[in-house]
Write a protein of this length. Structure first.
Length: 297
């Protein structure tokens, strides 16, 4: 059965490209994570923390994939799409994943256990769902150009694996699959769809929570947060959305600055690949900064 096709609006002639290849990421990654849990539970292979974290991470990937697939099918309105990641945080909350001690830049190290049941409820019922929802939505908002939806989360995923080497085995296959999809996506052969972007974002958030690397996640996804902030501010204050235009030669440009994409090609015609690589370079910098801060902190 062929994959549904979507129009590549930023290519001359607007060719149709197979869409929804993020489903391969969901199936392969979740199968790998379930295998880790199975081998650890029945044969004692792997560290207890890795085995314990594999199950909720697999559940989150499946949740994210299903919600993204639902969006691909139904084209959910943005207000509903923004809230759907709350459902994907349920495995983390139900299985009490993460360590309820969080290092913050403003308030220092906070131990939520010191506040008793209210503190634990705050961590598991509010903070974890917020991290998952914000991360997933910001990842989902940066797309539309070949390679953006795959290369950017790959950079952050590599950084998270680097700052949590004892848990990095959980990301080995997800990173490998994402790298293959990134090559295919960057060259314009496939789109990953919302099924891909949702599951990528939830993987980042869930792994950071399981490995207790929320600070590294925050630094790594700063470009995502900046992009989403620009889009939302323009939408809610001036009721304007970002858009790209194309020259007869196929170069992209913009007459406004309402997102990272429009910022980098503001009144400067740029090829799609060059524009994508500039944005990816920002993620390389933020991911490297996340690694440096983690090991120097």
């Amino acid at each position: 059965m062929p994959f549904p096709k979507a129009i590549d609006y930023h290519k001359p002639g607007r060719p149709e490209v197979p869409n929804g290849f993020g489903a391969f990421y969901v199936l392969i990654s979740s199968s790998y994570l379930f295998s880790i849990h199975f081998l650890g539970s029945f044969f004692g292979l792997g560290s207890p923390d890795v085995v314990k974290g594999a199950l909720p991470l697999a559940a989150c990937v499946l949740f994210g994939g299903f919600l993204g697939l639902l969006d691909d099918w139904m084209d959910l309105r943005w207000r509903y799409k923004a809230l759907t990641p709350l459902l994907a945080s349920l495995p983390l909350v139900a299985l009490r994943q993460g360590h309820p001690v969080m290092a913050t830049y403003i308030f220092g190290r906070i131990d939520f256990r010191a506040f008793g049941l209210p503190g634990l409820l705050l961590y598991y019922a509010i903070i974890i769902p917020t991290i998952v929802t914000v991360t997933t939505n910001t990842v989902n908002q940066l797309g539309g150009l070949n390679g953006l939806e795959t290369l950017c989360p790959l950079m952050v995923m590599v950084a998270l694996a680097a700052v949590a080497p004892e848990m990095a085995v959980l990301l080995l296959v997800p990173m490998a699959v994402l790298a293959v999809l990134a090559v295919l996506n960057f060259t314009g052969r496939v789109f990953v769809g919302n099924v891909g972007s949702f599951s990528f974002g939830i993987t980042l958030a869930a792994f950071a929570i399981i490995a207790n690397r929320e600070q590294a996640l925050l630094v790594g996804i700063l470009p995502y947060i900046i992009n989403s902030s620009m889009i939302l501010l323009n939408h809610f204050i001036w009721r304007r959305m970002p858009s790209l235009s194309m020259t007869p030669e196929g170069l992209l440009y913009s007459e406004h600055r309402r997102s990272l994409q429009t910022l980098f090609c503001y009144r400067r015609p740029t090829s799609e690949r060059a524009l994508v690589l500039r944005i990816v370079a920002v993620f390389v910098a933020s991911s490297a900064l996340a690694i440096i801060i983690t090991y120097l902190g």
